[in-house]
Design a protein around this ligand. Structure first.
Ligand code: TXA
Ligand code: MG
Length: 319
């Protein structure tokens, strides 16, 4: 095997400068964030953004999230509003993405929005992401750094396993602390939950003092209130069975709390710990060649909503 560690960039000042210069040259660099690793490119550069879709094998009609060093930059790109101000004050930097009307003169590549008139933006909290975005000084489009439909990466090795031949480098920020993608909130009509994630919906509702309408995002980035068939995503190689208290002998049992399992997402029943472990355990099971995975019930409270969302997609029927 070739020495893939050559592709890892140290997260120091000179490493961040090197990564930023690859972005300026239209290249792809994966960056650590507190949620998952993102596959970054200059969001203003059509050629660079096209490479993201190509590297991931992602349908070009599925729009990307733009990452910014600070909230002030957001106002140049989107039509800001009071709800955005409240949520940015409460949760940025952090695992929350806001979808707002795009300013036509924002300079964002139309490939980022897949032609939509809204833009998804996020200010990540990870210090290395912040250093990289500051060194670059512009908007970075970054989907999760996994081949489309596969498990999201929470370690640099996961990125290299899936994409090493298609990208220039990975900035090594170690393990992602949250371990699940950002919560996505639409603020272009009424406030609407588009994807459960690292910030529980209850915390967003408490901040805005409104109930979020709940919609499901399709692979085209369309919000639908009555989702049809759940699309397969986050799929491990083995089959997945959910809400299993006692596994069959041939299954690996992913436990939670008192349901011990073969490996336990959080023996203490702590949601944050389970979220941080989920994708790593799924990657490990893939590496071990697990054929059949059974998962213990995870309560639908707090981060449990996002964990159950990812599990349901991982267990969804595949083509
Ligand atoms: O935590 C995260 O959000 C990570 C890290 C890297 O920031 N990123 C991430 O990106 O999860 P991705 O591409 O795997 O998921 C982005 C989701 C997709 O479901 C996409 O359809 C949706 O965001 N999206 C992007 N722009 C949108 C828009 N304008 N309207 C509605 N949905 C949008
Ligand atoms: Mg993704």
């Amino acid at each position: 095997m070739s020495d893939l560690t050559k592709m890892l960039i140290n997260p120091d000042l000179s490493g961040c400068e090197r990564a930023a210069s690859i972005w300026r040259d239209s290249g792809l660099v994966a960056m650590p964030t507190e949620t998952v690793y993102g596959l970054g490119a200059d969001a203003r550069n059509d050629r660079a953004v096209a490479r993201i879709y190509e590297a991931k094998g992602r349908p070009s009609f599925n729009p990307l999230i733009v990452h910014l060093a600070d909230a002030a930059m957001a106002r140049d790109l989107v039509h800001w509003n009071d709800h955005a101000e409240q949520l940015a004050n409460a949760f940025w930097p952090g695992p929350l993405t806001l979808v707002l009307p795009l300013k036509p003169d924002a300079g964002i590549s139309p490939l980022v929005t897949a032609g939509k008139d809204t833009l998804a933006i996020r200010v990540p909290q990870h210090p290395v992401a912040h250093a990289l975005l500051s060194a670059f000084g512009g908007p970075v489009a970054a989907p999760s750094a996994n081949p489309s439909g596969k498990i999201s990466p929470t370690l640099p090795e996961h990125v290299l396993d899936g994409l090493s031949e298609r990208i220039q480098a990975v900035v090594d920020g170690g393990a992602c602390g949250v371990g699940l993608e950002s919560t996505i909130v639409g603020l272009f009509d009424g406030p609407c939950l588009l994807r459960p994630g690292g910030v529980p919906a209850e915390a967003i509702e408490a901040t805005l003092d409104v109930s979020l309408t709940k919609e499901t995002i399709t692979e085209t980035g369309e919000a639908v209130s009555a989702p049809g068939q759940l699309l397969s995503h986050y799929a491990p190689k083995g089959t997945m069975r959910l809400n299993v208290i006692e596994a069959e002998p041939h299954e690996v049992h992913l436990g939670f709390g008192d349901i011990e399992g073969t490996m336990n997402l959080s023996p203490a029943g702590d949601m944050a710990e389970a979220a941080a472990n989920l994708f790593r355990f799924m990657h490990d099971l893939d590496a071990q060649g697990a054929q059949a995975i059974a998962v213990a019930p995870i309560p639908m409270t707090g981060l449990g909503v996002a964990i159950n969302d990812r599990l349901a997609r991982a267990a969804a029927p595949r083509d």
